[in-house]
Design a binder for this molecule. Sequence first.
Ligand SMILES: [Zn+2]
Ligand SMILES: [Zn+2]
Length: 187
Amino acid sequence: MSANTSLVIELAQIPPEGLAVDTDLDAGALHLEADGAFELNAGAHLVCRIERGEGDSVHVKGRFTAEAGLGCSRCLERSLFPVGQALDVFYLPRIVDRTVDAEEEDDVELSDHDLVVAYYEGGRFDLGELVREQIVLSLPMKPLCVEGCRGLCLQCGANRNQHDCGCKPLADPRLSGLADLLGPGSK
Ligand SMILES: [Zn+2]
Ligand SMILES: [Zn+2]
């Protein structure tokens, strides 16, 4: 598929027996140019089945596999995080005449049972949007390149995983207090 892959599904496109989707995922399909929450590594893939349900509902069931590139929260090195997971989503038509500001709401809401309800408008929905949101929700808040990453030296900026810069512990007690605050024990 081209770099402009779109995963927008028109309801009218879904035949009575359902629609099988088996496609690679790219940054364009997931709208990552505008978002920038993570980088998508090559080889991301989506397999799912889309079926019309009762009323105007649409059921999407399948799975995606992807690797998201994120900077380590301690040493800033880019690392890959596998984020594949099952999809089991019911799309319902969005009720437009609500008084709340619908634009401010999340498009995808998670319930207690991993059942995901999403909303479509204008007879279409975007699987790329869905996958992007699922990836964002599953990414760690404080990504680490490795468990116990030693981070950057507070004095010289060296990546302490790669070499021991040999900087002495800070002598000034006020600064060593600061080092404690910024050290590995910090949240
Ligand atoms: Zn790191
Ligand atoms: Zn150093």
